[in-house]
Design a binder for this molecule. Structure first.
Ligand SMILES: [Zn+2]
Ligand SMILES: [Zn+2]
Ligand SMILES: [Zn+2]
Length: 550
């Protein structure tokens, strides 16, 4: 384990609050792959089962040959593969044992749990795959004499020679299995209902597979580990396609102000830095969509799902003391983020969906950036003034590749302004129930944004798109896949707006350039992810050519 992490310039350190932390041994510039690892087991969600290979979790590239891109297992006809080698790999890992089970379950039409629900089905299938692999590993471990510490960087030369004999695949298998066994189950924190459900699943899996080296109780423990450790796999557009057990990825602690993100290439999990990370600094990711929730709801979800009280630097700043805090550089980032939390706390009250719906409809009908007097309405003006202010303050910092300090500095001025406005407006006009920084507002806005795109109403779509960008820039980290993808979509809308003329094309180019820079950091140029980068480069080229011809 240590040597696996050491190869990635990382180490584990025990930590009284969060059990252990993953620490970087080197300076990592933003946009770097911090680490990658493979799953102990992973599973496609129902809707992707016939488009993704069930082993490597990739979409096979469209070939000109007439044969379908995915071939089903000839026996059970339920699992699909992109190649013979994927089928073989799956066969040795778990399918050899599972194929006949699928067939018999299909005959009995018994593929569902009594408490019929998809999540339980996923848990059950992942449990089968994980426990088969762990059982095999423990079997091997008990018969051969390799120990879990045989790859320590501190080992003697002789031991190292012996270690080399075990081939690379086995070494990785050992790392993943040992990492999984070392994860905490948090069983004591789960409700008795949950444990009851797990007991039923464990019993079913046990009766199907009867392991030699693990007990039925171990299976329950594994299910507990899944509930607080499993990852949702998403593609380069952030759409979920599967779920996976990544025990090495599970070493990374949560922060509401993370310095890294999780991306995927098929089944490979990639941890990428979105900020510069110093040597001896902890690697952190966000377990939840932190940006669209206020501090209280973040805390509740983390407690319920992941069984811990968030004590990250962002959550520890006391709202009451915000202004009293000394503005030394180290504190400043935390305080800026605490202000965002405060703003979202204010925006978290109940919002009527229809109000926002109407507002956005009115907003997007406007064809001039200046509001016609007949349409002046407090709430529309509220959105307009806020977001144009946000964009004018933050876009210059996105254009130049500025340090995060100058970006956060401008954010700080902005938040002071917004916070003062929110408080004043709330006192003056009680009827103004609409809030910019809330989950409801953002989800309605994005839904409407994509409706406009589907309808090819480009002019309206980019107006709304800019509005959304303004909000995103305040609540998400500077380099976040959601922001980089949104910049690309926004640039595309502007480029499509043929009536917009030269100015809109110019602005589209500007936005696409920022998008290109950001996508290099969040997506990079690995296999699937470079498709996104190439798309931006291609569109940028077309837009620049078009501008020349105007
Ligand atoms: Zn494959
Ligand atoms: Zn099969
Ligand atoms: Zn936190």
């Amino acid at each position: 384990m240590e040597s696996f992490l050491f190869d990635h310039y990382l180490k584990l350190e025990s930590n009284p609050i969060s059990y252990r932390s993953l620490i970087s041994l080197r300076h990592i510039p933003k946009g770097t792959t911090v680490m990658y690892s493979y799953p102990l087991a992973c599973l496609l969600i129902q809707s992707t089962i016939k488009t993704y290979c069930n082993q490597c979790l990739k979409i096979p590239s469209l070939t000109t040959s007439s044969s379908p891109p995915l071939q089903a297992c000839s026996k059970c006809k339920q699992i699909f593969y992109c190649s013979v080698s994927c089928q073989k790999k799956s066969w040795t890992l778990h399918h050899k044992k599972l194929c006949s089970i699928y067939i018999s379950k299909k005959e009995k039409d018994d593929s569902n749990l009594d408490i019929n629900n998809n999540i339980n089905k996923m848990d059950e299938e992942i449990l089968r795959r994980v426990s088969l692999r762990i059982d095999k590993y423990l079997e091997k471990k008990s018969t051969s004499n390799f120990s879990s510490s045989s790859f320590s960087p501190l080992e003697t030369g002789k031991e190292r020679e012996k270690g080399k004999e075990i081939n690379e695949n086995e070494r990785i298998n050992q790392v993943i299995c040992e990492a999984f066994l070392s994860l905490m189950s948090h069983r004591e924190n789960l409700t008795s209902d949950q444990i009851e459900k797990y007991k039923i699943i464990a019993e079913r899996v046990w009766s199907d597979l009867k392991f030699k080296n693990i007990s039925q109780d171990d299976l329950i423990k594994y299910l507990c580990k899944f509930s607080c450790n499993n990852f949702q796999l998403h593609d380069n557009q952030l759409f979920t396609y599967g779920e996976g057990v990544y025990p090495v990825g599970s070493f990374i602690n949560h922060s509401c102000h993370p310095n890294s993100i999780v991306m995927y290439e098929g089944e490979k999990q990639i941890i990428k830095s979105i900020e510069d990370i110093d040597a001896e600094e902890e690697i952190t990711i966000s377990y939840i969509d932190a940006a669209v929730m206020n501090r209280t709801s973040r805390k509740n979800i983390l407690k319920e799902k992941y069984c811990f009280d968030c004590q990250c630097s962002r959550c520890l700043v006391n709202f009451i003391n915000i202004e009293k805090n000394k503005f030394n550089n180290k504190n400043k980032f935390k305080i800026t983020l605490a202000k965002i939390d405060q703003l979202m706390e204010k925006g978290s009250e109940d919002i009527k969906e229809e109000i926002i719906d109407d507002l956005i409809k009115n907003w997007s009908k406007m064809n001039n950036s200046k509001i016609e007097s007949s349409l002046i309405n407090n709430q529309i003006y509220f959105i307009y003034s806020k977001t144009s202010f946000i964009l004018s303050s933050l876009l210059p910092h996105l254009r130049e590749d500025t340090l995060r300090s100058s970006y956060l500095h401008s954010l700080d001025n902005l938040l002071n302004y917004l916070l003062s406005k929110v408080v004043v407006e709330k006192e003056e006009e009680e009827k103004n129930t609409f809030k910019l920084f809330s989950t409801t507002t953002i989800s309605i806005m994005t839904k409407y944004f994509y409706n406009l795109i589907d309808a090819q109403r480009w002019h309206e779509s980019w107006k709304l798109g800019k509005l959304i960008l303004g909000i995103y820039l305040v609540i998400y980290p500077r380099y976040h896949p959601i922001i980089t993808l949104h910049l690309f979509t926004l640039g595309k809308c502007m480029w499509n707006d043929l009536e917009g003329g030269k100015d809109v094309i110019k602005e589209a180019i500007d936005i696409l350039k920022i998008s290109k820079k950001s996508i290099t950091i969040t997506h990079g140029d690995g296999e699937n992810n470079k498709i996104v980068l190439n798309d931006v480069i291609e569109l940028l080229g077309m837009a620049e050519k078009e501008l020349k011809n105007l």
